[in-house]
Design a protein around this ligand. Structure first.
Ligand code: OGA
Ligand code: NI
Length: 353
């Protein structure tokens, strides 16, 4: 009989996909095979559909700011996802982080297990959201950690190998929180809401990181690396560790490939921003596909406002005459609802008025 976990903040242990991959299987185990081919097929999308590219230096420069904010606003409205270049995070911080994440996944399984998830906690090395033995599995190993504020850190789950991992993550998470504050400020400016107020809630915001490893897969067209989903964050910042594509975003009914750009970060909006914008922006559905011969690593930072912030439609948007489409909740209540919901109900729909 399947063990029923009490809430989603818990995961059934499943095998390491990296270990499966090195066995040199010709076919994937049935628990990973999707039968709904509709889900798998990437419809060739219009080649004119390009993922928007936002240049941070243009946002900062007074001469180009208005125009770039307008481009950012369109990107958020039409895609909910964009790539950011010239974001100000040093090459050193990025490459150091990538190197240590690669080093971690290269460790033998027994070593990685020192930092394995424990029952009752999502943090650590393993897989997330495996709640039933019938559930189709994702072709992905991961490690999930809370990085900010500092008192949320649970160092028991922070790898000490490869040497320097913790230091690299500390620097990287500080850099990314600074970047998030700045992006949120420009997003709020594009929406015409209280930019200073919103960006400040991210300064002492909550930050989680998920490092994903997608090993090579003998039958990539039959599995998913990451199921289609929208993030619940304010904004999510994804760093690709190499040039192997895998991330796809749903745009007008088509899955569009997000091609890695060296030095860029991929930003996507989450439900917190969808709610704040009162539905003007949407958190896009996205998923990850896998590759026959190449491993892909991604480093994903989920950025939230601080735990005492309210999550609800921005006052300015409501005052201007639109009725609020979402209920306003304290950040803590928002998480509580997320982790204690029924999986078949869409989370964002459950927050609609
Ligand atoms: C995520 C996510 C996609 C990827 O971690 O929420 O969407 O390509 N990851 O790793
Ligand atoms: Ni995601």
């Amino acid at each position: 009989m399947a063990v029923e976990p009490e809430s989603l903040e818990w995961s059934l242990p499943v095998p390491s996909v990296q270990e499966l991959a090195i066995q040199g299987l010709q076919t994937v185990p049935a628990s990973y095979v999707r039968d709904d081919t509709d889900i798998i097929i990437t419809t060739p999308s219009d080649p004119s559909l390009r993922i928007p590219l936002i240049d941070m230096t243009k946002l900062v420069n007074p001469d180009s700011q208005q125009q770039e904010i307008q481009r950012l606003h369109s990107a958020c409205k039409e895609w909910g996802l964009f790539q950011i270049i010239n974001h100000g995070v040093s090459d050193e911080s990025l490459s150091n982080m990538k190197e240590h994440v690669r080093g971690f996944f290269d460790l033998p399984l027994q070593e990685k297990k020192h930092w394995a998830q424990k029952p009752g906690s999502l943090e650590g090395y393993g897989q997330a959201f495996v709640t039933s033995e019938e559930q189709k599995l994702e072709w992905n190993d991961m490690i999930f950690l809370r990085t900010r504020p500092l008192q949320n850190r649970n160092l028991n789950f922070w790898p000490e190998k490869p040497q320097g991992f913790r230091k690299a993550l500390e620097t990287y998470s500080e850099d990314l929180s600074r970047l998030a504050v700045s992006i949120i400020r420009f997003i709020a400016m594009g929406l015409g809401v209280e930019a200073q107020q919103y960006s400040e809630t991210y300064r002492e915001g909550l930050y989680d990181i998920r490092m994903n490893c997608y090993p090579p897969c003998p039958e990539p067209e039959r599995v998913l690396g990451f199921n289609p989903h929208a993030d619940i964050s304010g904004i999510t910042l994804l760093l690709e560790c190499g040039d192997t594509a895998g991330l796809q975003v749903l745009k007008d009914g088509h899955w569009v490939v997000v091609e890695p750009i060296d030095g860029a970060l991929v930003a996507n909006l989450g439900h917190v921003t969808q709610i704040m914008s009162n539905g003007i922006y949407k958190a896009p559905d996205h998923r990850a596909m896998v590759n026959k011969s190449k491993q892909r690593l991604s480093i994903v930072t989920f950025c939230y406002p601080n735990s005492s912030a309210n999550i609800g439609p921005a006052e300015k948007l409501i005052k201007s005459g639109s009725p609020p489409l979402f209920t306003t909740l304290k950040c803590e209540e928002y998480f509580h609802r997320f982790y204690n919901r029924k999986l078949e109900v869409s989370f964002i729909d459950s927050l609609k008025i």
